[in-house]
Design a protein around this ligand. Sequence first.
Ligand SMILES: Cc1ncc(COP(=O)(O)O)c(C=O)c1O
Length: 399
Amino acid sequence: MKQLLSKRIQEVPESFIRSILKVANQPDVISFAGGLPSAELFPIDALEKACAKVLKNNGKQALQYASSEGDDQLRRWIAGRYLSQQSLTISPNNILITNGSQQALDLLGKVLLDKGDSIVIERPGYLGAIQAFSLYQPTMHSVSINNQGMILSELEHVLTKHQPKLVYTVPNFQNPTGVSYSQQNREQLVTLVLGSKTLLIQDDPYGELRFSGQKKSNFMSLLPEQTILLGSFSKVITPSFRLGWVVAPDWLIKPLVIAKQAADLHTNYFSQRIIFQYLQDNSIDLHIEKISQFYASKKAAMMQSIKQYFPASVTVAESEGGMFLWLTLPVGVSAMALFDQAIKQKVAFVPGKPFYIGDDEVDNTLRLSYVTMDEVAINKGIKVLADCINQILANTKRG
Ligand SMILES: Cc1ncc(COP(=O)(O)O)c(C=O)c1O
């Protein structure tokens, strides 16, 4: 019966990370694998109060079907946040509330991509975007990133040769590498895209989780006509409400709303109302500050353990915030082999391979999330990884 499946779905890669998470989420595993926000900081009491208030004051409305665009008050709040945090003037009419920013990726694929259309994704890139776009069967061109951002010569080549419909970026504390595009890289990237028929997507779930360094320009301020923004409450309040959004120009927002109607009519209205109530009654700035400080100390703990235990030949990409560290092992040390060894000792992480498309030679990178485990577990887990690396290195030398 498998032949009944569409070609579309048969070509979509299974999320390797989701498969890993099944193992990694077992209680006795020290997991650096998932991109799970730290549950200790979920504002449970405040959400309980917000929930009760919504039910008491607006229960009838909050439990009813609602508009596909999303709650007006919440959209206005998001527009206000862009203004206060990034000096961006955005009309609430250009904001569509989605089921997490993940759904925004799917909707963008739906309304923009025909089979064979060219798109650009980062190399390495966010697996969820690769998976979401894959369903629409585009031709994906990956452009490498380093600690300054996209390699512009590679981007220019792809833009000239393939005129991609979109360039997908996570310029702040990228998933998987944790790196951010420099100001200069952003400005130069924009000059390459300006005036073309290419859209630039800035997916930004981690942007507010900055521990150090300076905030950089949002692509919307540099390239307003061609930029699409994605945002999310997942990493700053809670992921389970599945609340995200897309900011798109007038000509695109209407088709996105139609695609949204066809997909699910609207995003869970009850959770929109609860989040809005929460935002009214609490300081999101204080909460984000608390998360950032907590994550910064975990990152410092992980860096400290890496310094203490890992061979100097392992390098770590520079990161000023977010949730991830990106490591490069000495050439010849396979991250997949490391994973196999580490998981036997109940330590999990994500090997880099799935973040590269059609590119099998890159086997010595890996992603570590520092936010989920406490500092004792971080130290213990990193020590186990170091022992495994040293053992693989010793075996390689002997071999
Ligand atoms: C870069 C990036 N985009 C989008 C998402 C999806 O987030 P959500 O759908 O929870 O908003 C994630 C989740 O980890 C992510 O890392």
